[in-house]
Design a protein around this ligand. Structure first.
Ligand SMILES: *Cc1c(COP(=O)(O)O)cnc(C)c1O
Length: 230
């Protein structure tokens, strides 16, 4: 049941906050609702959830139109430049900026819509071939290049850790993303604050919180397994 699942996740977040000496208010839960029907999102909404994560533009905009307007939508999936225009004025945050060209497109489309888009830079901390994201040493140069953009606000970093059996294996990657954000903060770049760390999914969000996550993206742990066949 959704209610029990949410309570369970909340409990685990609280335990991890204690363990990591973190304050509960410093960790935001993003309910990753991709593939789930609008009725299920409405049910989560009725239980108090206001922050949803989606990874496809069409699905996000459909759900945006159908559901209450006080929802914060987070784009967490790979974003194609030709689709940026559909979401810039609808999302609270884009977690997956991984190139200058994409940032440039977001800047241009946000200017047209007269809005400022909050973004995170996606970092492939583990260097996995199969994943999108910047190499850690590409992050600071990209931040410097987009610092002058007035319709993008860089707010932090995001990573998708490897799919592992034992979540402890991902601890070093979470620690590394945190260290990278600290190093970047020391540079004091204009228009740039990288205090948000979006890291941790169902399998490893407890470890991620211990290592400093400020946003966790939990799908399966809240909504159950996804059915991609429908
Ligand atoms: C699907 C997805 C999640 C949630 O994954 P779960 O393992 O179901 O919690 C988190 N982040 C991203 C980027 C995703 O695509």
């Amino acid at each position: 049941m959704l209610k029990e699942a949410l309570e369970n996740v909340e409990k685990k977040i609280e335990i991890s906050c204690k363990k990591g000496d973190r304050s509960r208010e410093d960790v935001t839960l993003i309910a990753v609702s991709k593939t789930k029907p609008i009725s299920v999102l409405q049910e989560a909404y009725d239980l108090g959830i206001r922050i949803f994560g989606e990874n496809k533009v069409q699905e996000l905009t459909d759900k945006y139109e159908a559901l209450p307007k006080d929802i914060e939508w987070h784009m967490i999936g790979h974003l194609q430049r030709n689709k940026v225009k559909y979401i810039v004025d609808k999302v609270a945050m884009i977690h997956s900026v991984d190139s200058f060209r994409l940032a440039e497109t977001i800047e241009k489309e946000a200017e047209k819509k007269n809005c400022v888009v909050n973004v995170l830079l996606e970092v492939n901390v583990a260097g996995e071939e199969s994943k999108f994201g910047l190499a850690p040493d590409e992050v600071l140069p990209l931040i410097k290049k987009i610092a002058s953009f007035s319709h993008i606000k860089v707010c932090g970093l995001m990573t998708i850790a490897p799919n592992v059996e034992n979540p402890e294996e991902n601890r070093p990657y979470f620690a590394k993303l945190r260290k990278l954000s600290v190093d970047i903060m020391h540079e004091n770049i204009d228009n740039t604050n990288v205090s948000i760390l979006s890291m941790g999914m169902t399998n490893d969000y407890m470890i991620a919180i211990e290592e400093g996550a400020t946003m966790v993206r939990v799908g399966t742990g809240i909504f159950g397994v996804r059915d991609y066949s429908i």
